[in-house]
Design a protein around this ligand. Structure first.
Ligand SMILES: Cc1cc2nc3c(=O)[nH]c(=O)nc-3n(C[C@H](O)[C@H](O)[C@H](O)COP(=O)(O)O)c2cc1C
Length: 213
């Protein structure tokens, strides 16, 4: 419960690349823990068969994992490609792990478009695929919080689009729901800046969004 209450957005900004704080073994252990938490989320419908090629799971989401070295390389790539990565670049300088989480829209026979299929077909199945993916993401954020790693759920900014999207090999027919930044435990003391979530304290009074019926 405490981890749920204490989870909060922390955009950790670093103006230059940080040396990773975890060993490869430690990072792999963390990633496996977080992925296991994501897989524990409820889900209602299996992914469409067409998505089960490279990654074969029935889960309606996928997770693409980039370690610290890969994140720093992406900053270099963005610079070479003249991508204005802004805060995303600063967070890639600091991140211990980046988890790009996509969900897999059912298109019911419609051809898969050559780019992220937004707007997707509005129906119950897609709503529930999306909801399951959100639950999986939240599990990972709460888990990261419980393990002591500052974290942030971003829409992805420049990571959603080429050339960054292709750089990270994110399939175009999947929809990115979140790019999750997991920062080192001591990030707050090292960061050039830590930016909190804008809406952190907004709308929280229980009687403003719930009532007896
Ligand atoms: C689906 C989703 C996408 C988000 N994308 C962004 C984003 O792109 N940029 C951003 O500043 N915050 C983003 N956030 C984080 C929210 O700003 C943050 O959760 C909110 O301000 C409340 O703060 P808290 O997380 O500390 O409770 C996103 C949150 C969700 C659920």
């Amino acid at each position: 419960m405490d981890a749920i209450k204490h989870r909060k957005t922390q955009k950790v900004l670093a103006n230059s690349p940080w040396t990773p704080s975890l060993t490869e073994v430690e990072r792999e252990e963390l990633v496996q823990e977080l992925l296991t938490l994501a897989a524990a989320a409820p889900y209602h419908y299996e992914s469409a068969a067409k998505y089960r090629t490279d990654l074969t799971s029935e889960l309606p989401f996928r997770c693409y994992v980039a370690d610290a070295v890969r994140c720093r390389a992406a900053v270099d790539f963005a610079s070479t490609e003249e991508v204005q990565a802004g805060k995303i670049g600063q967070m890639l300088n600091a991140a211990e792990v980046l988890l790009v989480v996509t969900w897999l829209p059912d298109t019911f026979g419609e051809p898969v478009e050559s780019r992220e299929p937004i707007p997707f077909t509005g129906n119950l199945r897609n709503m529930e695929h999306l909801a399951a993916t959100g639950a999986a993401i939240q599990n990972m954020l709460v888990g990261a919080t419980a393990f002591g790693y500052p974290n942030y759920w971003s829409s992805g900014g420049v990571l959603r689009f080429d050339p960054m999207r292709t750089h990270f090999n994110i399939p175009t027919e999947e929809i990115i729901l979140g790019t999750l930044f997991i920062f080192p435990k001591d990030a707050e003391s090292r960061a050039d800046e830590v930016v909190p979530g804008k809406l952190r304290d907004k709308g929280k009074a229980l009687d403003t969004w719930s009532k007896k019926v």
